[in-house]
Design a protein around this ligand. Structure first.
Ligand SMILES: *[C@@H]1O[C@H](CO)[C@@H](O)[C@H](O)[C@H]1NC(C)=O
Ligand SMILES: *[C@@H]1O[C@H](CO)[C@@H](O)[C@H](O)[C@H]1NC(C)=O
Ligand SMILES: *[C@@H]1O[C@H](CO)[C@@H](O)[C@H](O)[C@H]1NC(C)=O
Ligand SMILES: *[C@@H]1O[C@H](CO)[C@@H](O)[C@H](O)[C@H]1NC(C)=O
Length: 291
């Protein structure tokens, strides 16, 4: 019981705020996927890793952000500007289904957050055709999230480690979001795009999420050649739109217990302590494998 309390305290205080990712992703066998994990700036210089296993403490290292394992199909890269760790998994096999952890290595900072990967033989429960999309400043981009699920509740579009917009639509960091849902496709239309909207998002249907990256570029290139009569600022300045939509009700925090942290299900953890002991497989120390 003491251990249970300690685990909950540790993960609630460190894990919840400091690393965030999606909670459950489905992918079809032999396809590829990119999973982003956001981390607090405090850990920018720590080595990050991906590990595999039901329990973080006992999970096995798969790859590190310095690529030391030279994994053939999984690469982990750390963007220190955006504080985002991206995990790219290629040619995924059924045996790779299960629980993964985005972890931060360091003497005092043992922090990890889990995500579940469901590898399906047939079509995945929720997928996109392309995870990397682009749009222009003041323009729009539409994300199509396809689902093959019996239920279609819980539709939302969220910024990774940020706010969400529900099916009714609304504003997200100043961009206008319209979500429609027809024939197994959730279409998320983001318009009035700003440069700051660049980043990782995820669409969600039921308990599945799918990460999507959006890059918003400026129209500078176009403007330079056509700006003899109009200045760039005038051409592309946008009216402030915060007064046009009353959307407070459509916001929800991404930091619900479901998505916010790894060891959130403490009751579950304690129930399984017995089986943890049985499965005990110590992780080799990352620093020792560095040598
Ligand atoms: C980090 O992300 C920024 C913004 O998306 C991008 O411009 C930059 O190239 C990335 N850096 C690396 C090392 O991937
Ligand atoms: C939305 O984007 C499309 C293609 O990217 C473009 O043709 C259209 O003009 C844009 N609409 C607005 C209102 O920006
Ligand atoms: C969202 O898009 C749908 C379909 O294009 C449209 O019917 C609806 O009016 C739009 N909603 C908003 C709030 O713009
Ligand atoms: C997305 O919204 C913009 C602005 O309302 C609109 O011009 C564009 O046609 C929409 N795109 C799609 C694919 O519905």
């Amino acid at each position: 019981m003491i251990l249970y309390v300690l685990i909950c305290m540790l993960f609630n205080t460190l894990g919840a705020q400091d690393v965030r990712t999606v909670s459950q992703v489905s992918v079809q066998e032999r396809k590829s996927i990119i999973i982003p994990c956001w981390y607090n700036q405090a850990y920018v210089n720590n080595v990050k890793y991906l590990s595999f296993g039901d329990y973080w403490t006992f999970s096995n290292y798969v790859e590190f952000s310095d690529g030391r394992r030279k994994h053939e199909t999984i690469s982990v890269s750390d963007n220190k500007t955006t504080n985002i760790l991206t995990i790219e998994m290629r040619n995924i096999q059924q045996s790779q289904s299960g629980k993964y952890w985005c972890g931060i290595d360091g003497p005092k900072s043992h922090i990890g957050i889990e995500f579940n990967l469901k590898v399906t033989a047939d079509i995945a429960g929720l997928y996109v055709q392309n995870q990397m999309l682009a749009g222009l400043e003041a323009g729009n981009v539409t994300i199509y999230c396809y689902y093959h699920l019996p239920k279609k509740t819980g539709i939302q579009w969220c910024k990774l480690a940020g706010p969400c917009v529900l099916e009714s639509g609304g504003l997200l960091d100043g961009a206008l979001v319209n979500i429609s849902n027809n024939n197994g496709v959730v279409s998320v239309n983001m318009s009035k795009l700003k440069k700051e909207n660049t980043g990782w998002y995820w669409c969600s249907v039921t308990d599945l999420q799918m990460p999507v990256h959006i890059t918003v570029s400026t129209r500078e290139q176009t403007t330079i050649t056509t700006s003899f009569t109009r200045t760039p600022m005038t051409t592309f300045s946008q009216p402030t739109s915060s007064g046009t939509i009353k959307s407070t009700r459509s916001f929800t925090s991404a930091q619900t217990p479901l998505f916010s942290m790894g060891f959130s299900d403490c009751d579950h953890a304690v129930q399984n302590l017995a089986s943890v002991a049985k499965k005990y497989q110590p992780k080799e120390s990352p620093s020792s494998s560095q040598r």
